[in-house]
Write a protein that binds this ligand. Sequence first.
Ligand code: 13P
Length: 226
Amino acid sequence: MLNENEVKKQICDIGKRIYDKGMVAANDGNISVKISDNEYLCTPTGVSKGFMTPEFICKVDFNGTVIEANNGYKPSSEIKMHLRIYKERPDVNAVVHAHPLYATGFAIAGIPLTAPIMPEAVIFLGAVPIAEYGTPSTDEIPDAISKYLQSYDAVLLANHGALSFSDTLLNAYHKMESVEFYAQLLYISTQIGTPNVLSEEQVKRLYKLRKSFGIKGKHPADKLTE
Ligand code: 13P
């Protein structure tokens, strides 16, 4: 089991990072970490992720029932979305939800990130689909993301934002950075011209590289035999 106090500090650090990088405005976004099979630490609802201290962090069980929360703090209103990911992806130990400007712009325009425009995006993400719109805090978002969970480690949420998940909190955060960087590159290259997409052959070679690197997590190319 992970050291709880250390994880609380890590959640505050990553919260500050997403806030300072402009990936969340005001009180937006939420973060969670699985610390044991039935214990999850998560950010509280309605606070700026840029100014949290460890006492803010709440603990819930697998059903979202509060195990621990200091006075004045309640778990994120989106905890069900996080718990669905842990339920359907036993390899995942951390989830980050943010509203990065460019990725959210694509989620609002209804344009998934699929064009193979640079090696790192192809290797680490493959593509980023858009899960259909759901009202935050209801079962609609967990239900909408479910069908993407076995092939992706990041999804856009229609008209809402982005979600990334991985084996560690730092890796989940890095996935969010990669999604936003990919969205920025796609946007910029479309503004200044027409992006040159990599050929099928070039993409296949990148998939092979991913396999040889032994990268953890899911990827849309996992099911391809070649
Ligand atoms: P919470 O403050 O309840 O975590 O919600 C923030 C948010 O971004 C909802 O999408």
